[in-house]
Design a protein around this ligand. Structure first.
Ligand code: PEP
Length: 251
């Protein structure tokens, strides 16, 4: 039985005061809640502030991206070691907004996953098709291509520390979530891919999250599906009540 994981992607929202308020509110509402792993992924600038709020709770910290080098002349970038230093345990890699606006590719995502694993960070790796690709009947083909590129060169041990997020691009921030059946179809394919490329053991262990307009009202139905192990939540993670209700509805 895989423990559900609910991660909040705060994107480019929240100044330090706002971030502390949000993290404190979530912590207060989820005291001694242990039925799901809960990860908060704020912007780099408030990682420390959020860590200071949640470090004495079961909430875990994640970042939204990293660069693959350990250190060096890479202006504007943040290294895996720096994220560890801020108290991060997780890092989102390959979000569709990074693929779209910052031209990330499966090759650069692959390097980032490796770099995260090297320092003991757990990557949450995002894959998913655009509306155009879905309408052209290419959903599975696209996901397969992304998974193949993102995980090229990894072994079973690496994969045991990976979480995958299936995030159909057309469902992100649109209010139009994938149906439970659409999500399950993609998740089942991802798990089968993991069996074929790695092992049944990895496939049984790895958590596959759904992301795309998750709300308190739809989380239960999504999680009822056999291969949906949690959620990566954007918009609804920015308010205490909606995020806490998603976590509470995940059991
Ligand atoms: C996301 O940003 O990963 C996401 C799923 O956003 P939203 O929940 O707002 O669709």
């Amino acid at each position: 039985m895989r423990k559900p994981l609910i991660a909040g992607n705060w994107k480019m929202y929240k100044t330090s005061d706002q971030a502390v308020k949000l993290a404190s509110g979530i912590k207060g509402s989820l005291k001694s809640f242990e039925t799901a792993d809960v990860v908060l992924c704020p912007a780099f600038t408030v990682l420390n502030a959020v860590y200071n709020v949640i470090s004495d709770s079961s909430l875990q910290l994640g970042a939204q991206d990293l660069f693959w080098e350990k250190e060096g002349a890479f202006t504007g970038e943040v290294s895996p070691i720096m994220l560890k230093d801020c108290g991060c345990e997780y890092v989102i890699i390959g979000h569709s907004e990074r693929r779209k606006y910052f031209h990330e590719t499966d090759e650069t995502i692959n390097k980032k996953i490796k770099a995260a694993l090297d320092v003991g960070l757990k990557p949450i790796v995002c894959v998913g098709e655009t509306l155009e690709e879905r309408e052209a009947g290419k959903t599975i083909e696209v996901i397969k291509h992304q998974l193949t590129g993102c995980f090229a060169g990894f072994n079973i041990e690496d994969m045991l520390n990976v979480t995958i997020a299936y995030e159909p691009v057309w469902a992100i921030g649109t209010g139009k979530n994938a149906t439970a059946l659409q999500a399950e179809e993609a998740h089942r394919f991802i798990r089968t891919f993991i069996v074929e490329k790695f092992s049944q053991g990895v496939a049984n262990t790895i958590r596959i999250l759904y992301g795309g307009s998750v709300k308190p009202a739809n989380i239960k139905e999504l999680l009822n599906e056999k291969d949906v192990d949690g959620a990566l939540v954007g918009g609804a993670s920015l308010e205490v009540s909606s995020f806490v209700d998603i976590v509470k509805n995940s059991i």
